[in-house]
Design a protein around this ligand. Sequence first.
Ligand SMILES: Nc1ncnc2c1ncn2[C@@H]1O[C@H](COP(=O)(O)OP(=O)(O)O)[C@@H](O)[C@H]1O
Ligand SMILES: CC(C)(COP(=O)(O)O)[C@@H](O)C(=O)NCCC(=O)O
Length: 319
Amino acid sequence: MDATPSSNEQLSRYISFTRQSWEKLRDNMPLTLSETRLRALQGLNEHVSLQETTQIYLPLSRLLSLYVAATQNLHKATDTFLETTSARVPYIIGIAGSVAVGKSTTARLLQALLAEWPSHPRVDLVTTDGFLYPKHTLEARGLMSRKGFPESYDLRHLLQFLIEVKSGRPTVTAPVYSHLTYDIVANEVQYIQQPDILIIEGLNVLQTSRMRSGKTARLFVSDFFDFSIYVDAEEKDIERWYIERFLTLRETAFRNPTSYFHRHASLSIEGAIEVARGLWQQINAPNLRENIQPTRERAHLILKKGPDHRVQEVRLRKL
Ligand SMILES: Nc1ncnc2c1ncn2[C@@H]1O[C@H](COP(=O)(O)OP(=O)(O)O)[C@@H](O)[C@H]1O
Ligand SMILES: CC(C)(COP(=O)(O)O)[C@@H](O)C(=O)NCCC(=O)O
């Protein structure tokens, strides 16, 4: 008998909110942000409407804020019991989902909103692309068309980074990736210095993948998460968003001569759509189906977007 729970069984572990029922939760919450502050945040995320920020993401930031406070209190309780003073340890939130589903936008918006709550003002954000192997290594291993697949990441390095952050080290560094050069940036690192909250965003953060040696990893990235979010949408919508973003980049970033995709800046619209669809169908769609979507039900919260990026449904796991 198959002991793996079916997708329906897994989803029944969640409380499901329609957009309307989620919005109503705002009534129970002290949403203290002024209209002026919200508009300033809007400037950081011009893609997300003010209505979406207020109705979906602000309640979510409130929920997360309650969880952070509860965890901070738990640490205090342990300290009282043990008569110790532990190092400050960041609360870690993982954000997973397909390429182009809107992970970065969601992560940046939550970073800004969470920083507004006085009990945890310092919120840092790290994207897992910094832990991809450098381009020359991917080329040498024949992995350039497997970027974003589990084997394209230095998982050991990512786990080491998380161990250091969670052990309360005052300064931890993360490598940096450039979408412009399509490569790790040599001699550049991001410093993480005991923020109150650390958001880790990436395709792979809920995966229970194998090490390159073929052995199953003993530790998973998600073991370090206090909370995790999966950003979900229909594949046909994500493909369209991917192509739209590619067309925008053709008119902006690709014009830069140092861009890895500079040669695509001179393509016709039809030519650019063909290239983008090819990248989607050969790399990102198989990765979504094989490695990303199967991790969805590991998340504490699932945000399901409609064709216009507006969240249609929120599922919260019964803890
Ligand atoms: N909430 C949103 N509302 C409108 N557009 C969005 C939203 N989130 C993302 N987008 C757009 O969708 C595309 C992909 O978003 P991005 O955050 O870059 O995705 P990812 O980090 O998952 O690759 C971008 O062009 C972005 O502007
Ligand atoms: C860099 C990425 C693997 C995303 O990495 P993440 O930050 O999610 O770890 C992805 O954006 C990517 O480059 N995919 C390869 C195919 C493509 O160019 O779309």
